[in-house]
Ligand binder design. Sequence first.
Ligand code: 6GU
Length: 237
Amino acid sequence: MQIHILTLFPEFFRGPLETSILARARDRGYVEFQMLDIRDFTENKHRQADDTPYGGGAGMVMKPGPVVRALEYARESSPEAPRILLTPQGEQFEQETAESLADERDLILVCGRYEGIDERVREDWIDRELSIGDYVLPGGEIAALCVTEAVVRLLPGVLGNQDSLDEESFAQGRLEYPHYTRPQTFRGHEVPDVLLSGDHQRVDEWRREQAEKRTARRRPDLLEDDREGDKGGEDET
Ligand code: 6GU
């Protein structure tokens, strides 16, 4: 998968893309990152990529020319890739969104600044708009990193252990069960006995029960969603 990231702040990505799972995925050939500095696609000598809004008002708006030329450049090597704008006005990015994006050949991520991007770009050169939640960030860069991490870890082969994908939070509409590791006693707090029993069936049951309780307490909305989408299916009790 090739992920093109269009941004006014390419340096923002250097740390994250060179760290941990993203760096490993790239080094092993599962993904390539193409950082495009939108300012490189300006045509004025000050390399100005934003301008004041028609009609007046606060803030600056991203000029259409540089963004569209950067999009056209990315499309030269990835002609079919969805062009995704990161904006608080987009549809909410969910695990399901990550799963569907992981099936694409390539992706083009456009980091908007929150005051906005010229509306004509959104209308004709953007396929999809995503938001990572109902709060305002100064730009789409962090959101692009969220999408990138969530998608890349789903690419076949990137995680050593595919089982962990099926068990994790949201994969089954549940939060994950609690985890423990050594030492067995930590500052007076014990690991639950069942995990030391060696009885895999009891361990599985306990984990399922814990996941269910935790979801009911913290995210009852997930259980409700599940019932709606799964009428007459699994026993919920
Ligand atoms: Cl995608 N961009 C910005 N600027 N703010 C956000 C966001 C995106 N998602 C939530 N807040």
